[in-house]
Structures are given as structure tokens and as C-alpha cells.
Design a protein around this ligand. Structure first.
Ligand code: TYD
Length: 132
């Protein structure tokens, strides 16, 4: 079982403003094959509700904030993503749910694999069977 962790991403700034750079394998510990972002999330929405077999992800709130609930079958925790300089390295073995999205939240997700519906575990009992 791999443990999901929050890492700090450095921030470059000058009098013009701020800049954060993400480099494959240096900042994020995997090759990035896919990028998507979640935004315009309606109030009260909770999404995710799955784990993966293979896909590793990095979640970065580039605007606004949201929370991520993690469950690795042994331990449950809630992570607040509230700065573009913080990335949650989310391991495939963590069931995750994203919630409390601020109206301006843009949640950037970097993924280690291309989209494959077969890589999703969407049934909680199946998740326990696989990782419990
Ligand atoms: P979904 O998995 O329901 O999002 P979340 O887990 O955040 O609640 O994804 C919504 C839709 O988008 C679903 O029909 C699958 C599709 N989708 C893709 O086609 N490619 C992707 O890379 C992702 C993340 C989703």
C-alpha cells in the first residue's frame, strides 16, 4: 500500500506576480500522460467516489480551494487544498471524494495514465476486497 502525501511546490515570484512550475519526475514523481481540470463545480457537490488499480494522480488547486477525503481502508483523512503551491500525490489505492469546492475552484489533476474506465474501482465493497 502506497501512502498519499501532500508536497510543497516551489513558488517563483517577482514584482509582477507569481509563477509556479511543475516538471515531470522532478516536481511530480511520475510521468504525466493526462491532464484535466475540474471547475464550475456547483455548491454542495461531492464527486470522485472511486479508487484506481494503476493511476497515480497529483491534485492541485490552482484557484480557490476544496477538500479531499481519503480512505486507504485503514485510515481516513481529509485534506484541504487551498494554495497553488501544494499538490496532493494521490496513490491508486486511496478511495477519494472531493467536496467543499469554492465557487472559484479550479482543481488541476495530473495523471500517470490515459483515461481508462477499466482502471476505476467505483464500488466500495470491491475497493475493500482489492485493498482491504
Ligand atoms: P468522473 O469520473 O465522473 O469524474 P469524478 O470522478 O471527478 O466525479 O468523470 C466525469 C465524466 O468525464 C465521465 O463520463 C468520464 C469522463 N472522463 C473522461 O472521459 N476522461 C477523463 O480523463 C476523466 C477524468 C473523465
Amino acid at each position: 500500500m502506497n501512502k498519499s502525501t501532500v508536497i510543497d511546490i516551489n513558488q517563483l515570484g517577482d514584482e509582477r506576480g507569481l509563477l509556479t512550475v511543475i516538471e515531470e519526475k522532478l516536481t511530480i514523481p511520475f510521468e504525466i500522460l493526462r491532464v484535466f481540470y475540474i471547475y464550475g463545480t456547483k455548491e454542495g457537490v461531492r464527486r470522485g467516489f472511486h479508487a484506481h488499480y494503476k493511476t497515480r494522480q497529483a491534485l492541485i488547486c490552482v484557484s480557490g480551494n476544496c477538500k479531499v477525503y481519503l480512505d486507504n481502508t485503514k485510515r481516513k483523512e481529509d485534506i484541504l487544498l487551498d494554495t497553488p503551491t501544494k499538490a496532493l500525490i494521490l496513490e491508486p489505492n486511496d478511495w477519494h471524494e472531493m467536496y467543499d469546492f469554492s465557487p472559484d475552484c479550479v482543481l488541476l489533476v495530473l495523471a500517470s495514465h490515459l483515461y481508462d474506465a477499466e482502471d476505476y474501482i467505483r464500488d466500495y465493497n470491491k475497493f475493500i476486497e482489492v485493498y482491504g
